[in-house]
Write a protein that binds this ligand. Sequence first.
Ligand code: SF4
Length: 679
Amino acid sequence: MKRVLTTCPYCGVGCNLYLVVGDDGRLVGVEPSVGHPVSRGQLCIKGWNAFHFVNHPDRLTHPLIRRGGRLVPASWDEALALVAGRMREIQDKHGPDSVAVFSSAKTTNEENYLAMKLTRAVFKTNNVDHCARLCHASTVAGLAATFGSGAMTNSIACVEQADLFFVIGSNTTEQHPIIGARIIQVCQNGGKLMVADNRKIRLARLADLHLRHRNGTDVALLNAMMHVIISEGLTDEEFIASRTERYEDLERLVAHYPPARAARITGLTPEEIADAARLFASADHAMIIYAMGITQHTHGVDNVRSCANLAMLTGNIGRPGTGVNPLRGQNNVQGACDMGALPDVYSGYQRVTDDAARAKFQRAWGVRGLPRDVGITSTAAIDAAAAGDLKALYVIGENPTLSHPDIRHVRTALQNLEFLAVQDIFQTTTADLADVVLPACSFAEKDGTFTSTERRVQRVRRAVSPIGESRPDWHIICEIASRAGYSGMQYDSPDAVMEEIAALTPSYGGISYSRLDGPGLQWPCPAADHQGTPVLHVGKFARGQGVFRPADYRPPAELPDDDYPFVLTTGRNYFHFHTGTMTRRSRLLHREERFPYVEISPEDARSLGIRDQQWIHVGTRRGEVRVQARVTDTAMKGVLFMPFHYVEAAANLLTINALDPEAEIPEFKVCAARVRSTP
Ligand code: SF4
């Protein structure tokens, strides 16, 4: 037996774990890392089962090429030449922006850096994006605009220094279980907890105050809380005066949100809103924790800015135990953003529109003519494919036919492409549509780094040999670059890629593999002797002064009506992850949650004559799926909740393709739905 220390491949908490390898070279188990500052000897159920899928018989083991309408085995040479050749051919015919690349929050930092380098240096387009577009694009835009940096401001360890948690739009115990458990421990020792979420989630059942506001009314709630804080003189005047600008804009706007008005919008009482404001403002160390309940809206950026406004108004930023803390969903969604797998920035958020940044990357990469215009987002790319404007797409480790909204539209769009290449570890529903499928290695078969939600850059280490003929993503991306005629992507190892990242990315300047043997480093880590940064914005915001950016309430794109009387909201459950590609191939996790389901309130179930575990149909204007009813008081009357892990009843067949105008993130959290019993 050997034990290899690595990082969990599921959520953004970034627990470290040991992969246990048997004498036959196969993974046989997982052990937690006792000395790691986040894991501290604990893992959630997904972490404990993070090895089953690696040896699953469904793993892709050979490249596949579509011939005569069928995907058939091919050699690596054929497959790589076809990808490089077709992308080039299509660009020659239709121009550089006729192709796009979807990079991946599941792959390493090095692989994301290479995907964006391939897109920019070789394909000469900025059309690169990844699934942060679907989860935290609003965070990147909203916090960058207010603080100057779009990342979690504090560390997970700060949970133990907080007096009050304001958890809004985060089912923390299910989505980020190790952080959820820490919050509960602090609250058992006197910490206060306030939860804003109309589902009666586990944290809500333990909360001092539970706000069950209507879906999509967060801005009205937060504005009214700030109205009370200002009118009752509970602001941190010294912080506002010395650290912020444009306070008057906020004061003017929230004057229009007295609790009585917000109560009509949110469905709360004015007293609940005032109590929330006073509880928040009375804490010395208040920590705002949010996730996709805040970001996945057509007003997701406004939601994020409003959280930032509340923190600045009360001086709860730039100190341990405070801050605005977006919990990142995927293991490396923070890193994929940091590495510039986004259409507007290079690594370290250096803008593609900045002449100096462009010149710097041109010099380093030995190329000319890096594109100046911002590329298209992944959501816009789907629409562009449907319209016939985007002709070719190279998808690395993503599954848009399950993860994007309105997947009927997504399938039509992908079928409209002239060429689709998919690189993954399993044959996903997106890979089913591909012209070429490239088999990639899982996290257990390669080296690299992931960056967790608290900006902690940590090692991923190879524990077992690649399955079949699969190859690490970094290797495949570099081979495509070579075959496309570019010689600047020939590396011996991911270590060498990290050296290049550090040289070009100021916030990663002090990061090297030799410094990551311990528990990792939190960026900004600008120099080799820098110890990393657990808390951002201490004494000064990344942009200098923090800026208040108030927002007016805007309703969701689609609200219930006579034909579709329910609100449908979507998310994850404790046992599964994202599109279920890995967790549904872990037998213990699959055993716990086998069927697609919808949560419905006891009142609604009674009035529709629906029993617990009865199979029912849930439909929206986009489609209909058959799921099991879960009758539970977790659900508020009038609201349905569905996890989106289940291919056989895909929640995203139902969701709406309505986007935030700035971040272009879809409104996964609200659409109008109806329910009918299955005979
Ligand atoms: Fe993995 Fe997240 Fe669970 Fe930790 S909390 S073990 S990182 S899934």
